[in-house]
Design a protein around this ligand. Structure first.
Ligand SMILES: O=P(O)(O)OP(=O)(O)OP(=O)(O)OC[C@H]1O[C@@H](n2cnc3c(O)ncnc32)[C@H](O)[C@@H]1O
Ligand SMILES: [Ca+2]
Length: 497
């Protein structure tokens, strides 16, 4: 017993002040570690939101985007939270009753209100961009297009969001922002060597955009970007009237003009429509656009009869393009300069809708032609029987639309059987729709910096781990040093004794 007491007295750890110091030391270090972890923990994620309305020629869509507030300038951070398709046609169709254009957006804007937390409403920017339908209306009737824009502006101003403007964007912007969208979503600006081209096919216009080398011709079609510290020289061209609805009008006009009627009702035998398709149509529905010739047939109606002959269909579709005129080193069509194609392309909107319906999104060009020829020759009643759920407006046009797309891509933009595989028909990338809206918002909110943002030398988690490790090593060293000091001092005491 006496020996044990003696040992306890000799052991410095059993001296009260030392125990207290050790406990205090541990508590202080524990506190230090906890503080460091707490201080460096990312604050509770706060999201920001933005709304873009795509007022297209055929319809309007509302896109709600969201991103973590503290990661505004990191690529890939913006995601599509919600979309809503406005019922009815595009805003340009309200040219006769312009004051109805704004209220037509009500349901979708109410959905946006529900999709975004109320405290964030006031700070959420709303942009409306109108495309080719409004460009055509402005050409035909500037007052009417002004009134439609005024109506949507007044309506959006009255929503709880922060209205930032409603305007008709240029074809160049439409192409460029589509290109920004697909490359932002694919993270190509920061991670890839090359960017991806963008092909957009709307109802009234179509755009081709891709990064190209130095071509000094047609400076108008080039845009420069500096994104994340890298320079991009991008070619973009928008063809007004070459969206799929306007192209159909051009096509029907050419055919109606080629076979002028005699005294009776005109019958148009159309190789791009299925055999057995037979409908009486209004001539006015074709000639209601500035894209088609001013001289219109004298009759108010014509009978539209399908013959389903793909070879003839493609021959007639080619007639809406001018492939012979070119004053530059290389052209797409209608005398428009286009540098040689480069890299991969994302083809979206109607390029996707149509090719997806026809199951041609991953077929080689020659196979696509064969399959399309077979589809076009299918009787109309069989087509309707096989696709009861598809809107008839779309169903009747897929043979024409498919042929138009193949012709536009091959004869227009100069894709070949070899480069066909470079076209990816896409609808979404990383759960966000491919289209110009995201690029438009990223640009207007300055969310893509010209220079690459400085990133910390080590990530947050690594930093905290290192700090903790460092504190423990320090603690261990102090204890070790103390023990060493105690042992050597008691050894020297023994020697003295
Ligand atoms: O860009 P602009 O020219 O202004 O037109 P838009 O924005 O309204 O054009 P979209 O990309 O929304 O649609 C392009 C075309 O595809 C049509 N479309 C939409 N969904 C479709 C589907 O499922 N199948 C076939 N066509 C479809 C639509 O009616 C248009 O004619
Ligand atoms: Ca569009």
């Amino acid at each position: 017993m006496a020996g044990q007491r003696e040992m306890r007295e000799k052991n410095p750890w059993h001296r009260r002040p030392i125990i207290i110091i050790a406990v205090l030391f541990t508590v202080v270090i524990g506190g230090l570690v906890t503080m460091s972890v707490m201080q460096n923990k990312p604050i509770h994620q706060k999201y920001k939101y933005g709304i873009v309305l795509d007022a297209g020629s055929s319809h309007t869509s509302v896109y709600v985007y969201q991103w973590p507030a503290e990661k505004e300038n990191n690529t890939g951070m913006v995601t599509q939270k919600h979309t809503c398709n406005v019922k009815g046609k595009g805003i340009s169709s309200y040219f006769r009753n312009a004051n109805q254009a704004g209220p037509s957006l009500r349901e979708c804007m109410e959905e946006a209100e529900r999709a975004i937390p109320t405290p964030r409403h006031q700070e959420t920017p709303v942009y409306l961009g109108a495309t080719a339908g409004m460009r055509l209306l402005r050409k035909e009737n500037e007052t009417a297009s002004g009134n439609v824009l005024l109506s949507v502006m007044q309506f959006l101003q009255a929503t709880p969001f922060s209205f930032q403007g409603a305007r008709i964007i240029t074809g160049q912007e439409e192409g460029a922002y589509g290109w920004i969208t697909v490359n932002y979503l694919s993270d190509n600006f920061r991670r890839a060597q090359h960017t991806m081209g963008a092909l957009d096919l709307g109802g009234a216009s179509t755009q081709i955009t891709f990064e190209s080398g130095d071509h000094f011709k047609s400076i108008n079609d080039f845009i420069h970007f500096r994104l994340y510290g890298k320079e991009y020289r991008v070619y973009t061209h928008s063809f007004l009237c070459y969206g799929k609805d306007q192209a159909l009008k051009l096509f029907l006009d050419r055919q109606l003009q080629a076979h002028p009627t005699g005294s009776g009702k005109q019958t148009l035998e159309d190789p791009c429509f299925h055999p057995g398709y037979n409908k009486s149509k209004s001539v006015q529905d074709i000639y209601n656009s500035p894209c088609v010739s001013e001289v219109q047939p004298s009759k108010a109606e014509f009978t539209h009869k399908g013959t389903g002959n793909w070879m003839l269909c493609q021959k007639n579709v080619r007639r809406i393009f001018n492939f012979s005129e070119c004053t530059s080193s290389s052209c797409s069509f209608n005398g428009v300069f286009q540098p040689p194609l480069k890299g991969q392309f994302g083809a979206f909107s109607a390029f996707f809708f149509v090719m997806d319906f026809l199951n041609l999104t991953s077929e080689p060009l020659e196979v696509s032609k064969k399959k399309l020829a077979a589809y076009c020759s299918m009787p109309w009643d069989e087509v309707t029987k096989n696709h009861k759920k598809v809107k008839e407006k779309y169903l009747q046009e897929y043979c024409f639309s498919g042929t138009y797309i193949l012709t536009l891509l091959e004869d227009g933009y100069n894709f070949t059987s070899e480069t066909w595989k470079d076209i990816k028909f896409i609808k979404k990338i990383a759960n966000s729709d491919a289209g110009w809206t995201l690029g438009y918002m990223l640009n207007l909110t300055n969310m893509i910096p010209a220079e690459a943002p400085d990133s910390p030398p080590i990530p947050h988690a690594g930093y905290v781990t290192l700090m903790v490790l460092f504190v423990f090593v320090l603690f261990f060293l102090i204890v070790l040093a103390y023990c060493f000091f105690r042992r050597s001092s008691s050894a020297s005491q023994k020697q003295i004794v």
